[in-house]
Design a protein around this ligand. Sequence first.
Ligand code: CP3
Length: 355
Amino acid sequence: MAELKNDRYLKALLRQPVDKTPVWIMRQAGRYLPEYREVRAKAGDFMTLCSTPELACEVTLQPLRRFDLDAAIIFSDILTIPDAMGLGLHFVAGEGPKFNSVIQSAADIAKLGVPDMEDNLGYVMDAIRLTRREINGKVPLIGFSGSPWTLACYMVEGGSSKDFAKVKGMMFDEPKQMHALLDVLADSVIAYLNAQIAAGAQSIMLFDTWGGALSRENYQEFSLAYMQKIVSGLTREAEGRTVPVTLFTKGGGQWLELMANTGVDAVGLDWTTDIATARQRVGEKVTLQGNMDPCVLYASADRVEQEVANVLAGFGQGNTGHVFNLGHGIHPTIAPENMSRLVDSVHNISEQYHR
Ligand code: CP3
């Protein structure tokens, strides 16, 4: 395997000194890039794009050709696991993800098992292996999964939801049943992420997109406990390096200490949490990832640079412990030029904080 030429991102996650703040962006491969839309149109549908390793590899590499990013994230989706469990995932234009079968009862849950990683999800591992070859050591490759709670939200609701009526109904009425579902999901995520690491993923990100919809008590019992189990079950060393783990609960700003205590290397922040305060709360224990409001990219390029400076100043002096990112995924309608300005400003402006 080619030697890693830029390890700024991995070092910052492990709180080792770096020369500049590393930057990557959630959903950096996606619809705001015309070259993505072209490959996506050629693939026909989103799942074909995910499940064809050559195409998934191509769109993973696209943002690296345009921007001076410090990491790549394998192009896939968090909903590959429920799909591999037999739920039948498809995407309806304008409506987002949909499942053919939804989880409604204890009997539905009893039928679920941990999918076979090579038979049912081998396309993700093939995409990782191919991308590692093609990336040729330029930057590290991130593997990822949804959190059990976030996956359960889609599986019980049958798609996206605003109020989480069904999944929360199940959680409050049938907590044992919900725990059985979360258990099989946690075991699946552990097997999935360890297979990604074996295939070449050099860092892991857990997306808990809907953990923030829970009360503190329910978050601990139904989301955090399972992420804790996953963190404890992951392979943490590969190719002679530590494989760092980042946990991101959107809307989880009140629970940073709880997240930092799971044994993760980094915690992702959305833009509603002040990064300076967050650093005071957990800064020595974990690296912080984030946290510019994705909508800043709708403003002018000069305003983007100003806001990058604000986030970097918010984190402040110190030669490690910060990975720049947005507080959530990049929107499909922003101008790619603003993304260039963002990435370059992070590197240029952050140098002063690393002396
Ligand atoms: O970050 C990256 O560049 C890697 C790729 C990635 C995608 N989805 C590609 C994608 C990652 C890490 C995800 C994770 C994901 N998927 C999450 C967790 C992160 C988050 O945003 O909170 C969630 C909740 C999903 C589920 C999902 N997949 C949704 C809600 C949608 C949007 C549907 C829509 O039509 O807007 C998707 C589809 C999806 N996943 C797209 C991309 C680029 C857009 C699909 C397209 O090209 O038509």
